[in-house]
Design a protein. Structure first.
Length: 301
């Protein structure tokens, strides 16, 4: 669930240790990693669409309050780009991820989502003409090979889980949204772009509000508390602390810290839900992140 951004950062800020930025990154990692586990808890009593609606329509209302007070307005020419990025990053991403996590455990799901930088690099190659090179393609192959291992790993041996492909689709949505919103972040503060994305991205989910309210009323208390946690901590606070980090660090430096999300999500899933990754799934997770690192490092060179 990462949001790539570019914000003015001084050379002094880039070169020194920034305690505020580091604290913001740690909060972001913890809350975003925990979201994969809480999603697993809420699914069942809530359908994937109902969970997405409960989480993001509520967050959209909070974003609307901020936008009414602060009134950061994008230019008219930016609204189409902003709308497409928002729908992909919120509605499409959330439904695909929630559907995938019906059968894919929290840890493996977080490893698959973190292939997003690979998709971003591929899109930039074709859309922006950036060089990819042999190492980039090799890293992509390793990363997708890891996802394939996660998709077929189960306690019963090899068994294809198509929901892993849906989570990969969520990562693709996130990558496209990141590329689309990059120019917007040069003209608007990161927090303002985040608020607009939360608000516009929640609109396609509004028709599901009545069914979601009924489902929440019939759901166990832990599900309602889980939804409240998702709205407040991984979404509102997590996006806010991410915006703070992006303001104080370069986007590339901040994004590198997000490789900590999958291991933390795996640990929380083990402690909270008793989810133990299979040996094959663990190898796949390592391959997925290794491939992302290869793509990022070699593209910079």
């Amino acid at each position: 669930m990462s949001m790539a951004a570019s914000a003015p950062v001084s050379t002094k800020q880039q070169g020194r240790f920034d305690l505020v930025a580091f604290a913001a990154i740690l909060v972001t990692i913890l809350f975003w990693a925990s979201s994969f586990v809480v999603i697993r808890i809420c699914l069942g009593p809530l359908t994937p669409i109902e969970l997405a609606t409960a989480r993001y329509v509520a967050a959209g209302v909070i974003a609307l309050v901020y936008l009414v007070i602060d009134r950061p307005m994008p230019e008219k020419r930016d609204f189409f780009r902003l709308s497409v990025a928002a729908v992909l990053f919120i509605a499409a991403y959330a439904v695909l991820l929630n559907t995938g996590e019906q059968t894919v455990a929290a840890g493996p799901a977080s490893f698959i989502i973190n292939t997003m930088p690979v998709f971003t690099a591929l899109i930039a190659t074709f859309a922006l003409g950036e060089r990819f090179g042999g190492w980039g393609w090799a890293g992509t192959a390793v990363s997708f090979g890891g996802v394939a291992l996660i998709a077929v790993a189960s306690d019963d041996g090899f068994k294809l889980d198509p929901n892993a492909v849906l989570i990969l689709g969520a990562a693709l949505c996130s990558a496209i949204a990141s590329v689309l919103q990059k120019p917007l972040l040069g003209r608007l503060p990161a927090l303002a772009v985040t608020a607009w994305i939360l608000l516009i991205g929640s609109v396609p989910l509004v028709p599901a509000v009545p069914a979601t309210i009924q489902a929440l009323a019939a759901a166990p208390a832990e599900v309602n508390w889980g939804v409240a946690y998702l709205v407040i901590f991984p979404t509102v606070i997590g996006y806010l602390t991410w915006a703070i980090a992006l303001k104080r660090l370069t986007a590339a430096r901040a994004s590198n810290f997000l490789y900590g999300v999958p291991p933390v999500a795996t640990l929380i899933g083990f402690v909270w839900l008793g989810e133990t990754p299979t040996a094959l799934g663990a190898i796949g997770g390592v391959m997925a992140i290794l491939g992302v690192l290869v793509v990022n490092v070699m593209r910079k060179r």
